[in-house]
Ligand binder design. Structure first.
Ligand SMILES: Cc1ncc(C[n+]2csc(CCOP(=O)(O)OP(=O)(O)O)c2C)c(N)n1
Ligand SMILES: [Mg+2]
Length: 605
C-alpha cells in the first residue's frame, strides 16, 4: 500500500498539466479507484469535471500525478465519450471516461449510444451526490443525486454498478473492465458515490492484482457447427463472404483474405465497419457500401452459399437482395452480437434467415474455417474488379467536389498511410482503396450527428506514434455540433487533420424533405428551408482558430485547394491539429435515392 506503480510519463503529460507534487499514500476512497485504473494500465481518462467526482479528480491529480491514466480535458461530455470511442475504434481497446453525476451523464449519453451501437469498449466512471442524504449539501447535492443513475443509460451499455463501500470498489471496476474488454464489446458504467470517494480510509483496502480478473478470450464457434459450415463452403460454387465487424489486426486481415481466396468467394464490404479486406482485391465486388449496391445485390442473388462474418445488418442485406422471398443460398453467420441484444434497442436489426450459426468471434471462425477447409482448394477469382485509374483533380471551376478533395489529399500525403477516422456519405471510396485494417475506421455506430470531431481526436491520439496520418472528413453539421471538441486537440497537441466537407446544409435531411414533398405533390424547391446552414455560413476555420487549432479556409475554389491541403498536412505532420474548411458543391455525388432508399424498400417499391 502507498507504493505507486510508476509508469513512464506519456508525451501528452505537458508541464502545464503536471502537479507540483503527489501524495503517494492511499488515504481516501477515491485513491483506491484511481489505483485500480492504474493497475489496469489505462492510458487516458477523458473528462469534463464536476464536483460529484471531485474526490476522484483529486486522486487522479494529487495521488497519481496525472499519469497512467492521464486526463484529457474536454469542453463537453459528448466529446469525452466520443474521444474514447475513436480510441477504441483504432485500437480495439477501452480507455476511461469520467462523467459528472446525472447532468454530465445526460450530456454524454448520445455519444454512449453511438459507442454502444458500434460495439466499442469503454470504461465510464460516473458519480452521484452522496447517497446518504445526511451528507448532502443543500440544493446542489440534491439535484445532482439520482436514484439508480445507471438507469439513464442501462438500455445501451453492457453492464453497470454502483459499489456500496470503498472495499467494494476494486471488484466493481475490475468487473466493469472485464465486461467491456470481453467480446462482444460495449461501454460499461460504474457510478461512484461522492461520499465513498471522499471517505477517509481507516483500514487498508486490499487491491488485488488484476492478472486473475482479465477479460476472457473471444469465444470460438462449436466444432461440429464449424465442420458443417466448412462442408457447405467447400461444396459451394458461388460463395459470397460479407465482411462485417471483425478485428483490426493485420493477421486477422490476412486470414480473411486467405479464406476468400481459398473459397474463390465474392467479397463484400460495409462502410459502417470500415476497412476489413482490401477493396481493390480482384474478388472484391464493387465498392464498400452502406445500403447494398447493385453489384452486391447481384452477387447475393447468384450465391449458393453466403458467409456473414459479423455483418451488422444481415437481415437487411438479405431483404434488399431478395425482398420477402425465400433466400436460396445456404446462409452461414459468424458472430457473437446476439449476446448484447436486449428488449429496448432494435440495433439487432431485422432477423436474418440463418442455416448455420457460428456463435462466437468471427475472426476465430475464419481461422478455424481455414484449418478445416482443404488447402489448395483455392478457386480462380470468379469476378474481376474493374481497374481503377487514379484521377487527376480538375484545376478549373468554382465548385469543389469530394473527388477533388480526395485526389488532392492523396497527392499531398504521398506514400504516408492515412487513417480515415470519419468519412462523409459522398466520399468517393473507389478513388481510395482500403488496403490496411486502419485505412478506414467505419461510421459512428448510432447515427448520432456530432461524433466526428471527437472520434477523430481519439483515433489520432491512439495512432500518433504509428506513422499514419489521421484524417476526419466531416460534414459541416457534424463538425459544428462538436466544434469545441477541437480545443482538446489543441491543448494536448493531438495530430489530427479535420477536413470539413462543407455543403452549408444538413444536406441529408434536405434530400428527405425533397422526397416527402415529391410524394405529396408539393414544391420540392422548398426543401432547403429549415435545413441550410447559411446566411451566414459559420466561419468554421475561424471557429477552429478560436479553439487554438490552425484553421484554413473557407476554401471555395479548386485552385486554392492544393495549397490548403498541403499546408494542413504539414501542420499535422508537425504534431498539431489542423482544420480545413472546404466549401463543396452540395449536390455532387449525392442523390435523393440514397437517403430515401429505406423508405421505398418498406413500401416494397
Ligand atoms: C444528434 C442528431 N441530430 C440530428 C440528426 C439527423 N441528421 C442526420 S444526417 C443530418 C445532417 C448532417 O449534416 P452534415 O454533417 O452537414 O452532413 P451532410 O448531410 O450535409 O453531408 C442530420 C441533421 C442525427 N442523425 N443526429
Ligand atoms: Mg452538411
Amino acid at each position: 500500500m502507498g507504493v505507486l506503480n510508476e509508469k513512464p510519463a506519456t508525451k501528452r503529460n505537458s508541464p502545464i498539466d503536471r502537479p507540483l507534487d503527489v501524495d503517494a499514500n492511499i488515504a481516501w476512497g477515491s485513491d483506491v479507484a484511481a489505483q485500480v485504473l492504474r493497475r489496469l494500465d489505462i492510458p487516458y481518462i477523458a473528462l469534463t469535471p464536476g464536483a460529484s467526482y471531485r474526490g476522484l479528480h483529486d486522486s487522479l491529480v494529487n495521488h497519481l500525478g496525472n499519469q497512467s491514466p492521464e486526463m484529457l480535458m474536454c469542453l463537453h461530455e459528448e466529446h469525452a465519450v466520443a474521444i474514447a470511442h475513436g480510441y477504441a475504434k483504432a485500437t480495439g481497446k477501452p480507455m476511461a471516461v469520467a462523467l459528472h453525476s446525472n447532468v454530465g451523464l445526460l450530456h454524454g449519453s448520445m455519444a454512449i449510444f453511438n459507442a454502444w451501437c458500434d460495439r466499442a469498449p469503454m470504461l465510464i466512471l460516473g458519480a452521484t451526490g452522496p447517497v446518504d442524504a445526511t451528507l448532502r449539501r443543500p440544493w446542489i447535492d440534491w439535484i445532482h443525486t439520482s436514484q439508480d443513475q445507471g438507469a439513464l443509460i442501462r438500455n445501451f451499455i453492457k453492464w453497470d454498478d454502483q459499489p456500496g463501500s470503498v472495499a467494494a470498489l476494486p471488484e466493481s471496476i475490475y468487473r466493469a473492465w472485464q465486461q467491456t474488454a470481453t467480446a462482444p464489446h460495449g461501454p460499461v458504467y460504474v457510478c461512484l458515490d461522492a461520499a465513498l470517494q471522499e471517505q477517509a480510509i481507516v483500514d487498508a483496502v486490499h487491491i488485488p492484482d488484476p492478472a486473475r480478473y482479465r477479460p476472457a478470450r473471444a469465444s470460438r464457434p462449436a466444432a461440429q457447427t464449424l465442420r458443417e459450415a466448412a462442408e457447405v463452403l467447400a461444396r459451394a460454387k458461388r460463395p459470397v463472404v460479407l465482411f462485417g465487424r471483425c478485428r483490426r489486426t493485420q493477421e486477422d486481415w490476412d486470414r480473411r483474405v486467405a479464406l476468400a481466396e481459398r473459397l474463390g468467394a465474392a467479397m463484400l464490404s460495409d462502410l459502417k465497419v470500415g476497412s476489413m479486406v482490401p477493396t481493390d482485391h480482384p474478388l472484391h465486388v464493387d465498392e464498400p457500401f452502406n445500403q447494398l449496391s447493385k453489384p452486391a445485390k447481384a452477387a447475393l442473388q447468384e450465391a449458393d452459399a453466403i458467409l456473414s462474418l459479423g455483418w451488422i445488418d444481415l437481415g437487411g442485406a438479405l431483404r434488399q437482395a431478395f425482398g420477402r422471398d425465400h433466400v436460396p443460398a445456404t446462409v452461414i453467420h459468424a458472430g457473437d452480437d446476439i449476446h448484447l441484444h436486449n428488449g429496448w434497442g432494435k440495433e439487432h436489426m431485422e432477423m436474418p434467415a440463418i442455416d448455420i450459426h457460428l456463435l462466437g468471434d468471427p475472426d476465430a471462425a475464419v481461422a478455424d474455417l481455414l484449418d478445416a477447409l482443404p488447402a489448395g482448394s483455392g478457386r480462380a477469382p470468379a469476378r474481376a474488379a474493374p481497374a481503377q485509374a487514379p484521377e487527376q483533380p480538375e484545376d478549373s471551376g468554382d465548385r469543389i467536389n469530394l473527388r477533388q478533395v480526395a485526389t488532392t489529399l492523396a497527392q499531398a500525403v504521398g506514400d504516408q498511410p492515412v487513417t480515415f477516422a470519419a468519412l462523409p456519405r459522398a466520399w468517393p471510396v473507389t478513388l481510395w482503396a482500403h488496403r490496411h485494417p486502419l485505412d478506414f475506421l467505419g461510421k459512428d455506430g448510432g447515427g448520432g450527428v456530432g461524433a466526428g470531431p471527437g472520434t477523430t481526436i481519439g483515433a489520432a491520439l491512439a495512432l500518433e506514434a504509428s506513422g499514419r496520418l489521421t484524417v476526419g472528413v466531416l460534414g459541416d453539421g457534424d463538425c459544428l455540433m462538436s466544434i469545441n471538441a477541437l480545443w482538446t486537440a489543441a491543448h494536448y497537441h493531438v495530430p489530427a487533420l479535420f477536413i470539413v466537407a462543407n455543403n452549408r446544409s444538413y444536406y441529408n435531411d434536405e434530400l428527405h424533405q425533397e422526397g416527402v414533398a415529391r410524394t405529396r405533390g408539393r414544391n420540392i424547391a422548398n426543401r432547403w428551408i429549415g435545413q441550410r446552414i447559411d446566411n451566414p455560413a459559420p466561419d468554421i476555420a475561424k471557429m477552429a482558430e478560436a479553439q487554438g487549432v490552425t484553421g484554413i479556409g473557407p476554401v471555395r475554389r479548386v485552385d486554392e485547394l492544393r495549397a490548403a491541403i498541403r499546408r494542413g498536412v504539414e501542420c499535422v505532420r508537425g504534431g498539431n491539429p489542423c482544420l480545413i474548411d472546404v466549401h463543396i458543391d452540395p449536390g455532387h455525388g449525392r442523390h435523393l435515392r440514397e437517403s430515401m432508399a429505406e423508405r421505398s424498400m418498406a413500401k416494397g417499391s
